[in-house]
Ligand binder design. Structure first.
Ligand SMILES: Nc1nc2c(ncn2[C@@H]2O[C@H](COP(=O)(O)OP(=O)(O)OP(=O)(O)O)[C@@H](O)[C@H]2O)c(=O)[nH]1
Ligand SMILES: [Mg+2]
Length: 631
């Protein structure tokens, strides 16, 4: 038997927490240490909950690493900061205090980071200090003497670079030394954070910087300043923001055409292959009408979703996002919100779930409530398949004034979501009054060019979430729907399409009366039900329902032309508008329950949003019918 050279007994329980100011690179370091792929972005407030991972020290010992939300002080003002402080101070009911805290400080903003170190030292938290972003310091041709800082602070101080593979080596080696783990426990009774202690901490931070010869502030980032002169100016800034958003929607259509064509042909080939291979029967129907028609209908939208995410990632990584928040702060203020609500709302364009979770960074309870309430009105990426399917079927692919008409309509739908969110926030303000007026304290990080690798990882993560959904929930629901739409089988001589005899057909027909006033036929009603699991499921479900509604030769035709033939324009528009408002996503409602505590809010939200969707679809349907006859 070989003897282990490294004693790992009992060490896996050792826990290291990463604490620091927002946006100082904690999660980048966490990902480096543990090989995780948690979200990293260039604005404050990215991480809002505690994340765990396992790392190996240089000698191969295992250590649990905990990534925390950022905090400026030990006096938390929002829910995410509270999580971080309570954990490190051992005040959390759920989490034991860590054995060691690595306080991450941004080398370009040392004083602010050292204030937090001072507060932690006052309490006696066992710690090491990681001076991160050393590459930026070196890029300015400067060096920091961390050995001097270490002797001033009296705790181990190491250099780190969250964006380089070697950037965490020093920490891995340090964690093998037994004495760093054997520092005395904190005395949490000493946690007093008032104006006086904040001043003392700042004086202390300055004293340390002087002692280490680092009291020269870093030179301002030259092109961040130049860009800000334009991008933060109210008129040019808003103009740039609008043009940027507009270009994104044009690109979503223009760039995606080619890969979408490829996916469509590939789905067609697979369908034909299966068609040729299998004899007619239930298995063939399951594969062609259920799986291929359903999943092919959704997968085709992957390119558009990735293009949208590419732009979101570039905005997040470049540092533009908090600028946009600042620009819109005044507008948000007049709605009883604050610029703080901007990032949660913007995240909701990807998906309302992380958006609603990001509302944890909002300290004022009422502002948070309104933000969560209107977040589902922001157009999430799951609506993109529904929108583009319907736009493709009903809006001609014309160019008006050099812009693509489908792109314009899509932009219009996004604007409609935003405008209705503004309207709801405004009505809520009139009804319930405004939240506490808080001045937006949002840090503006330096701009930097996004790294291609980070963008690629971000896009890859998105693609795999989407494909996992397709292979998981969408596939299962499609198979269930195929089953419900196939059985019981119609007896010989049944006059309608066989699906009308099935369970799904009967449910659809029974509910059709409820939706007839807004122009939905029974096939749409059948697809709306599994579409409650997630919006894109609706597209897969329509694919299956229509494939099964067809007979003989028509099987295999793409869904777009089928619905264009079957529905009036009024029905198409009414369904588009339904999707602007309807909370067709149970997962969002579940997150609202978790974040806000209790069912009252999600139930109220669902009733309100379904009501709004019904009313808006009704108006659209009636207008379209009256304006254009029966189309
Ligand atoms: N140049 C440089 N950039 C870094 C380094 N570490 C992190 N970054 C960048 O800094 C930004 C913030 O990184 P995050 O890891 O998200 O910061 P965080 O401290 O986890 O932020 P919150 O979760 O919001 O508190 C991102 O754009 C990173 O790519 C580094 O060592 N050098
Ligand atoms: Mg983070």
């Amino acid at each position: 038997m070989s003897t282990a050279t490294v004693d790992t007994s009992g060490l896996a329980q050792r826990r290291l927490a990463l604490l620091g100011n927002p946006n100082c690179g904690k999660t980048a370091l966490f990902n480096r240490l543990t090989g995780s792929q948690q979200k990293v972005a260039n604005y404050a407030g990215v991480t809002v909950e505690l994340k765990r991972g396992l790392m190996k020290t240089a000698a191969g010992r295992s250590v649990t690493v905990i990534d925390l939300p950022g905090t400026y002080s030990l006096n938390p003002s929002s829910q995410d900061e509270t999580v971080a402080c309570a954990m490190v101070l051992g005040q959390s009911l759920r989490e034991k205090a860590p054995d060691l805290t690595a306080v991450v400080i941004d080398a370009t903003r040392l004083r602010r980071g050292l204030r937090l170190v001072a507060a932690l030292k006052r309490v006696g938290v066992p710690m090491v200090v990681l001076v991160n972003m050393m590459d930026r310091v070196r890029a300015q041709g400067r060096e920091l003497d961390v050995a001097r800082l270490q002797s001033a602070l009296g705790v181990p101080v190491l250099e780190a670079t969250g964006i380089s593979a070697q950037g965490t080596e020093a920490l891995r080696q340090l964690l093998d030394q037994a004495d760093v783990w054997n520092q005395p426990r904190p005395d949490i009774t000493a946690v007093r954070q008032d104006a006086d202690s904040a001043r003392t901490d700042d004086t202390q931070a300055q004293a340390w910087l002087q002692a280490a010869g680092m009291d020269q502030p870093m030179a301002a980032h030259a092109w961040s300043r130049t860009l800000d002169a334009w991008l933060l100016q109210p008129v040019t800034g808003v103009l740039v923001l609008l043009v940027l958003l507009f270009l994104i929607f044009q690109a979503v259509f223009a760039w995606a055409e080619w890969p979408m064509g490829l996916i469509e042909s590939a789905t067609g080939w697979v369908g034909e292959g299966v068609d040729g291979l299998l004899p007619a029967g239930l298995l063939k129907s399951l594969l062609i009408d259920g799986v291929i028609a359903g999943l092919g209908g959704v997968v085709i939208f992957l390119p558009q979703i990735l293009i949208l995410f590419f732009f979101i990632l570039v905005m997040e990584e470049s540092g533009y996002l908090p600028r946009a928040a600042l620009l819109l702060d005044r507008l948000m203020g007049s709605l009883g919100l604050s610029g703080r609500a901007f990032i949660p709302l913007l995240s909701s364009f990807a998906c309302a779930i992380p958006g609603i979770m990001a509302a944890r960074t909002i300290s004022d309870r009422r502002t948070k409530w309104v933000t969560v309430f209107i977040a589902p009105l922001m157009t999430c990426s799951a609506r993109l398949p529904v929108y583009t399917l319907l736009i493709g079927a009903f809006i001609p692919a014309k160019t008006v004034y050099g812009m693509s008409l489908p792109g314009l309509v899509l932009f219009g739908l996004y604007v409609m979501g935003i405008v209705s969110a503004i309207a709801v926030a405004w009505v809520l303000k009139l009804w319930r009054g405004a939240g506490e007026p808080v001045q937006l304290m949002m840090e503006l990080p330096d701009y930097h060019l996004p790294r291609v690798k980070d963008l690629a990882i971000g896009l890859w993560q998105r693609a795999s979430i989407f494909l996992r959904n397709v292979g998981g929930i969408i596939l299962s629901l499609t198979v269930i729907l195929w089953f419900l739409s196939t059985f019981p089988q119609a007896p010989a001589g049944f006059s309608g399409s066989p699906i009308e005899y099935s369970f799904a057909g009967r449910i659809g027909l029974a509910l059709a009366g409820l939706f007839a006033p807004i122009g939905f036929n029974w096939q749409i009603v059948v697809a709306l039900i599994p579409g409650l699991a997630a919006r894109e499921v609706m597209v897969a479900a329509l694919g299956t329902v229509y494939a099964l509604s067809q007979t003989g030769d028509e099987v295999g035709a793409a869904l777009g032309p089928l619905i264009a033939q079957d529905w009036t324009l009024a029905t198409g528009l009414s369904l588009l508008i339904w999707f602007v408002f309807a909370p067709q996503c149970l997962a969002t409602l579940a997150v609202v329950r978790k974040e806000m505590g209790g069912w009252a809010m999600p139930v109220g939200m669902a009733v309100f949003l379904f009501g709004l969707a019904y009313a808006a679809s009704w108006v659209t349907y009636r207008l379209a019918l009256n304006l254009g006859g029966s189309f």
